[in-house]
Write a new protein. Structure first.
Length: 220
């Protein structure tokens, strides 16, 4: 009889940390709210970096939801979910780079005040979430993807604030476009990291040998 069930070995199903689950719910709610705020603000101000960050908030909210759904499941399932999240992060990076290119072609000059105000709010939210998740940053590929999202978001928000100052000082859209491009590259880099770890975990889970149980019969 195999020591592993069809969903993976029982030993690769870690106990669910209730604190981590609560943190993910808090992060999910905050990210969903900031998606709405930045989408409205990005459209109103004409900012490529705010729109890029809005899409990132939406993607993060989805990632948190997936992470909550797979807590306590087998390593194989968690690794597959992380692989999907990594591909999503890569798609986000490509979308942001495309948005930056479009704004460059259109010569858009965003409204610096709106950019700066929303950037500060988004930074506060992401730093708060990153602090909550800091203790879980070295976990499996799913935990790592969550941490990388929060870290990249905080970096992106700092860059948006600097871009707002740059737009205000120069009267051009170059700082906004440059920040959007950097955020796109960060998304692609994080995606590569998560995908590589997820694939490694899937390979590890697939080579776990079955341990047959030997039953010895005693003769009288």
């Amino acid at each position: 009889m195999s020591a592993c069930c069809s969903g993976g070995c029982a030993s690769d199903k870690p106990p669910v940390d209730p604190t981590y689950r609560r943190i993910l719910w808090v992060a999910l709610i905050l990210n969903a709210g900031m998606f709405l705020v930045e989408m409205v603000g990005g459209l109103a101000s004409g900012s490529a970096s705010l729109l890029a960050d809005a899409v990132d908030f939406f993607g993060d909210a989805f990632n948190y939801l997936v992470s909550i759904a797979i807590l306590g499941l087998s390593l194989t399932i968690r690794a597959r979910a992380a692989l999907v999240k990594g591909v999503t992060m890569g798609a986000y990076g490509l979308f942001v780079l495309g948005t930056a290119a479009w704004h460059f072609t259109a010569g858009t000059v965003p409204e610096a005040g709106t950019m700066g105000a929303i950037g500060v709010l988004a930074l506060a939210v992401n730093v708060f979430v990153a602090v909550l998740l800091f203790a879980y940053r070295t976990g499996d590929s799913n935990m790592r993807s969550v941490w990388l999202c929060s870290r990249n978001d905080a970096i992106g928000n700092l860059a948006i604030i600097l871009a707002a100052l740059g737009v205000f000082g120069t009267g051009t859209g170059w700082p906004d476009i440059a920040v959007a491009a950097v955020m796109g590259v960060l998304g692609l880099t994080a995606a590569r990291t998560v995908i590589a770890q997820a694939r490694s975990e899937m390979q590890t889970a697939s080579v776990v040998p079955s341990q047959p149980v030997t039953v010895e019969l005693k003769r009288r």
